[in-house]
Design a protein around this ligand. Structure first.
Ligand SMILES: Nc1ncnc2c1ncn2[C@@H]1O[C@H](COP(=O)(O)OP(=O)(O)O)[C@@H](O)[C@H]1O
Ligand SMILES: [Mg+2]
Length: 254
C-alpha cells in the first residue's frame, strides 16, 4: 500500500511545489510508482510538468465534486514519469460550490481510497492558505511533510503549522508529521546555518539530514516543463532532491 504524503499547508514561496515536483520525479526516476496531486488553483505543479491547466478534460475539480468516481478518470500520465491529477483554473470557484457539501474536508481522501495501492507514493501539493483545498490535502494524507525556509521567521512558522495539524487531527486523528525539510538554504550565510541548527535542536530526528540549497536550476526547470533530474542532472538542486528521495525511502521503507 502506497504512502500518501501531503506537503504541509504553509505560506507561499517556501518550496512546497518545487519539493513535490522534484521529489516526486526523483522517486519516479528510480522506478517508484508516483502520483502527484495539484490541489492549488494556481496550478503551478501542473504547469511545472508541462501540462496546460486551461486545456484539460478533467482535473482535481471534478474529483472533488464526484469523489465516488475515484481518481482514475482525472489522472494523466506525464513525460516526467509521474502520474498527475492536475489543477484547472475553474478550481478557484470550487471553494464556494463545496462549502455546503457534507464531509467536504474528506472528498479527496474518499476519492483516493480505491487507487492508493496502485502507487508507492502519492504526493499532494496544497495552496498556501488554510481552506477547503489544504484541509482536503491534509485529511487525505498519512503524513505531512513540512518545507521550512531557512530564514529568521522559520521558527515562527512551526507553531502555526502545529495548530493547523491539531485542527486536521479533529477530522483525521492519525495524521503524522512525516518530516521537516530545510529548504532555500544559503550556506554562505551564518543566518541560514544558525536557523538550521535551531530547527535541528528543536525538532531532532524529524528534520531530514538533506538540506535543499537555493539553486537557480530548481526555479528554471518548471518553466520548461522538465523535471530537475532531466533539466540539470548534476546541479546542486538535483543532487539535493536525489539525496532527499533516498532519505525518504529509508524512512518509509519501500
Ligand atoms: N531551492 C530553491 N532554489 C531556488 N529557487 C527555488 C527553490 N525552491 C523554490 N524556488 C523558487 O521559489 C519560488 C517559490 O517556490 P514554490 O516551490 O513555488 O513554493 P510554494 O509552492 O511553497 O509557494 C518559485 O519561483 C520556485 O521556483
Ligand atoms: Mg505552490
Amino acid at each position: 500500500m502506497g504512502h500518501i504524503l501531503a506537503l504541509a499547508m504553509q505560506k507561499g514561496g517556501v518550496g512546497k511545489t518545487t519539493t513535490t515536483l522534484s521529489l516526486g520525479t526523483m522517486l519516479a526516476a528510480r522506478g517508484r510508482r508516483v502520483l502527484l496531486i495539484d490541489i492549488d488553483p494556481q496550478a503551478n505543479l501542473t504547469q511545472g510538468l508541462g501540462v496546460d491547466p486551461g486545456a484539460l478534460e478533467y482535473s482535481v475539480y471534478e474529483v472533488l465534486l464526484n469523489p465516488e468516481r475515484g481518481v482514475g478518470f482525472a489522472t494523466i500520465t506525464t513525460d516526467a514519469g509521474v502520474d498527475l491529477i492536475p489543477a484547472a483554473l475553474e478550481l478557484a470557484g470550487a471553494e464556494l460550490e463545496l462549502a455546503g457539501k457534507v464531509g467536504r474536508e474528506l472528498l479527496l481522501r474518499k476519492a483516493l481510497r480505491a487507487s492508493r495501492e496502485q502507487y508507492d507514493y502519492v504526493l499532494i501539493d496544497p495552496p498556501p492558505s488554510l481552506g477547503i483545498f489544504s484541509l482536503n490535502a491534509m485529511a487525505a494524507a498519512d503524513a505531512v511533510i513540512v518545507p521550512l525556509q531557512l530564514h529568521a521567521y522559520a521558527l515562527k512558522a512551526m507553531p502555526q503549522l502545529e495548530q493547523t495539524i491539531e485542527l486536521v487531527r479533529e477530522i483525521h486523528p492519525h495524521l503524522a508529521i512525516g518530516g521537516i525539510i530545510c529548504t532555500l538554504a544559503d550556506r554562505r550565510t551564518n543566518l541560514s546555518l544558525q536557523i538550521e541548527q535551531q530547527v535541528r535542536e528543536r525538532y531532532g530526528a524529524l528534520v531530514f539530514e538533506t538540506v535543499i540549497p537555493m539553486n537557480v536550476k530548481l526555479a528554471e526547470a518548471p518553466t520548461v516543463g522538465k523535471p530537475i533530474g532531466v533539466y540539470a542532472p548534476s546541479s546542486a538542486g538535483a543532487l539535493a532532491y536525489e539525496a532527499l528521495a533516498t532519505e525518504l525511502e529509508s524512512r518509509y521503507g519501500v
